[in-house]
Design a protein around this ligand. Structure first.
Ligand code: FNR
Length: 364
């Protein structure tokens, strides 16, 4: 009875066999040293290839863009080759896959940065009550308060855009169907968007248009590399963690949606408030977003199959992404189709480790 959720849909030029999207999920299991996707990651993603679209875990586009130990990168030849193995395995099973491109900005620590440098952000404002994950000097892993960032100079911003451009080029070479620009969850691009994390006085700060500028330049760079019909963007307008408190969040999301619609990008992926807190999206916002953006809309955050079906039937979203359900159910689509019960996800094995809690969740 999930006739909408299980029906095909387009995302730009890519045909998706159903509307069940695997949400981006950081699992902190990249091969070390070098943060390189390895055989275990190939198995994990290929187990989930019946999703209409897999969005990979966030993948840093540079060393500077990393905020957590053991997350995969997409900026070295070895990382690109590792991702190609993932993509090939997913394609072999008839799946489609996007890579989420990530620069964490200030959600990082000097221990993760080259030569112990400060992380970078829109402004030199530390994210309040915000932790990142590091391997300490004595070799033990720990969650630690993020370091004080330095503000990027205006001369450095083309270099940031270039990081996204290079990562998109590598993603295309690795065979990804799409790239998803991670402009959500309080990372670098949202640090530029949000009124409380950006106090710049140049062309990238102040007005809403200025605070949106870097994100639009990044999206344009991705479009130039792979084509608008293969670019998606993740936004989280109501996100409140990692020190984000934006007084113009809905207006920003709608402004960006209009800009992305003009460019004809493949999709916008909305991360709705979940366990991290934040107000719910309003019905008015959902309707304005739908009216503004004609491409594919994906919503994510706490959906059951029945709720996803209802949202798609209402016309307010084209697809729904599932996070924790996908951690625990490699055959989520088949379970939905059969009306079967779902395995429960174990929080203790979300981040780090090997196959336990990663590739050993049972199929039906
Ligand atoms: C996440 N989420 C997330 N979001 C994102 O944009 N990039 C990422 O790398 C991650 N990583 C991540 C790891 C883990 C362990 C969890 C649980 C979540 C958020 C995720 O994509 C999704 O928005 C939420 O999980 C809400 O959806 P569900 O789980 O309620 O279906």
């Amino acid at each position: 009875m999930l006739k909408h959720l299980l029906s095909p849909v387009q995302a730009g030029s890519i045909s998706l066999k159903n509307r069940v999207v695997m949400a981006p999920l950081t699992r902190s299991r990249a091969g070390q040293p070098g943060d390189i996707p390895r055989a275990l990651n190939v198995e994990y993603y290929s187990q989930r290839a019946s999703a209409g679209l897999i969005v990979t875990e966030a993948s840093q586009i540079s060393r500077q863009g990393q905020g957590y130990a053991w997350t995969p990168g997409i900026y070295t030849d070895a990382q690109e080759a590792g991702w190609k193995n993932v993509v090939d395995a997913v394609h072999e099973k008839g799946g489609r896959i996007a890579i989420q491109l990530w620069h964490v900005g200030r959600i990082s620590h000097t221990l993760l940065q080259e030569n112990g440098a400060a992380p970078v952000s829109a402004s030199a404002i530390t994210a309040a009550n915000s932790q990142c994950f590091v391997v300490q000097e004595d070799g033990t892993p720990a969650n630690v308060q993020t370091s004080e960032p330095r503000a990027l100079s205006i001369e450095e911003l083309p270099g940031i855009v270039e990081q996204y451009r290079q990562a998109t080029r590598r993603a295309k070479r690795a065979g990804f169907d799409l790239v998803e620009v991670h402009a959500a969850n309080g990372y670098l691009l949202q640090q530029f968007m949000s009124t409380n994390s950006n106090v710049r006085t140049d062309a990238y700060g102040g007005s809403l248009e200025n605070r949106a500028r870097l994100t639009i330049e990044v999206v344009d760079a991705a479009i130039a590399e792979i084509g608008a019909d293969r670019v998606g963007v993740r936004l989280s307008p109501n996100f409140v963690a990692h020190g984000i408190a934006d007084t113009e969040a809905d207006a920003m999301a709608l402004y960006l949606a209009k800009a992305f619609n003009e460019r004809g990008i493949a999709y916008i992926h909305i991360a709705e408030p979940d366990w991290a807190g934040g107000p719910e999206l309003t019905q008015a916002f959902r309707e304005q977003l739908r009216a503004t953006f004609k491409g594919t809309l994906i919503c994510c955050g706490g959906y059951s199959a029945a709720e996803a079906e209802e949202l798609i039937a209402s016309g307010l979203s084209d697809s729904v992404a599932f996070g924790r359900s996908y951690i625990a159910n490699p055959d989520l689509v088949e379970r939905f189709a059969a009306g079967a019960s779902l395995n429960k996800a174990d929080r203790n094995t979300f981040y780090g480790g090997e196959e336990k809690g990663y590739t050993d969740y049972p199929f039906m």
